[in-house]
Design a protein around this ligand. Structure first.
Ligand SMILES: [Zn+2]
Ligand SMILES: [Zn+2]
Length: 211
């Protein structure tokens, strides 16, 4: 009952009246697919590509873990807005009720459209430009492609983790296991200390935060 009241409050006070989940999803798919096509076109695939991609996955996984654990669960100067928005996510979705009631509730599930836009249009191109002066030229396009893919996977898998146990996709063991992992993170007792991995749990094993 308490959670139902919270959700009503968020819908009335936080979710903008003009918000459309369908538009938000369409925008995300447009950005993700376009960025993947563009990033892919810059990659010179070779026998060493699996190595570059593996290094990029380690980069993406570590970056996501650090951002989630230390920037979204702690008040870092300059990032209070991120802490607050993530706190909304944890208040709206709690371990005993991880699913949304209506499609517009994904406002509390996906990254806001303006962050998605900045990530694809400003962050990735800027990162590619800066890194091209520091890292091997062949590695940078592999990295940008993998970061684009990883972010898409992040949104997708996080969504899956918030689907009901009865959903068709829960027939896959990995989906059930990732949902279980993420439910642990949404438990009020463990949200600030355990299971920060969203796409996969490797970092939680490495940092000793696996529940
Ligand atoms: Zn979540
Ligand atoms: Zn969290």
């Amino acid at each position: 009952m308490k959670l139902a009241r919270y959700r009503q409050h968020f819908r009335a006070k936080v979710i903008p009246k003009f918000y459309s989940a369908k538009l938000h999803i369409a925008l995300f798919v447009f950005f993700e697919v376009s960025a993947l096509v563009i990033a892919f076109s810059f990659v010179s695939w070779s026998l060493l590509s699996p190595l570059w991609v593996l290094l990029s996955v380690m980069w993406a996984s570590t970056f996501l873990y650090i951002t989630h654990r230390w920037f979204l669960h702690q008040k870092v100067p300059g990032f209070h807005w991120a802490f607050k928005m993530h706190h909304w996510h944890h208040t709206f979705y709690q371990a005993h009720d991880m699913e949304y009631d209506e499609l517009n509730d994904v406002y509390m599930l996906l990254m806001p459209p303006w962050i998605q836009a900045i990530y694809y249009v400003v962050y990735l191109p800027l990162l590619a430009w800066v890194l091209s002066f520091i890292l091997p030229v062949v590695f940078v396009p592999h990295l940008v492609f993998t970061l684009t893919l990883w972010y898409g996977l992040y949104e997708l898998i996080h969504w899956i983790e918030h689907l009901p146990h009865t959903h068709l996709i829960m027939r896959f063991a990995w989906a059930r296991s990732m949902k279980h992992h993420h439910v642990g993170h949404h438990h009020p007792k463990f949200k600030d200390s355990r299971n920060f991995g969203i796409v996969e749990p490797t970092q939680d094993y490495l940092w000793g935060s696996k529940l």
